[in-house]
Ligand binder design. Structure first.
Ligand code: A4P
Ligand code: MG
Length: 174
């Protein structure tokens, strides 16, 4: 969790003894990029799909689940007639590269039987990388920040909620 992780206390110890961190010092605890991942579902047991996603992102390698937003029901966006979504934002800290994370998120989607038929169509589980630290990626298969971020009120609201909240324990996945 922010503010109370082992890496910070180890660094603080070093600073106490040496005034600064010794050259070549490597933190024993991974510290990575802060990444916002959007969860969405509008097919089947939507709650269960989101719960699965939260549990799985929490166990990704070199990754910690820092915070989760409220789950909210949202009207479907886009040209395809479909049911309402459940949406939620999670904040991760990860040492994975954006592409490594994308591959792992696709694998989690597949675990929930995600089938890609029409773009913006109904889905059991959709996992989008919304922000990855301060990085910008504009490739055909990966675009960060997610281009729809400014257009999705619920994403902006959920990120604001996470930014405003004090860190809360996530040792048992909600
Ligand atoms: N891709 C590129 N950038 C990213 C990124 N930042 N994060 C590529 C994740 N994937 C990214 O996505 C197609 C390809 O986008 C991926 O293979 C990846 O390489 P997809 O999940 O197969 O298809 P998609 O989800 O239909 O397309 P897209 O463009 O990701 O759409 P969105 O933005 O996910 O929108 N209405 C409500 N209320 N709530 C929703 O969550 N979501 C959508 C889908 C439509 N309407 C919605 C919602
Ligand atoms: Mg998507």
């Amino acid at each position: 969790m922010r503010g109370c992780d082992a890496n910070q206390s180890t660094s603080a110890l070093f600073r106490g003894f040496f005034g600064t961190l010794p050259a070549g010092y490597h933190s024993p605890v991974p510290t990575g990029e802060r990444v916002y991942v959007a969860l969405g579902s509008n097919l089947g047991d939507r709650e269960a799909h989101l719960a699965h996603a939260r549990a799985r992102v929490a166990t990704l390698p070199r990754t910690r689940l820092l915070q989760v937003s409220r789950v909210e029901e949202t009207a479907p966006i886009g040209p395809v007639p479909q049911g309402a979504y459940l949406n939620q934002m999670v904040l991760l800290e990860t040492e994975l590269e954006p592409r490594e994370l994308l591959v792992r998120l696709h694998a989690i989607e597949a675990e929930r039987g995600r089938v890609r038929t029409v773009r913006w169509g109904p889905r059991t589980l959709d996992l989008d990388i919304v922000r990855f630290g301060d990085r910008t990626v504009r490739d055909p298969d990966l675009s960060i920040p997610h281009p729809e971020l400014p257009n999705r009120d619920f994403w902006l609201r959920e990120i604001a909620e996470l930014d405003a909240d004090a860190p809360r324990p996530t040792s048992h996945v909600p």
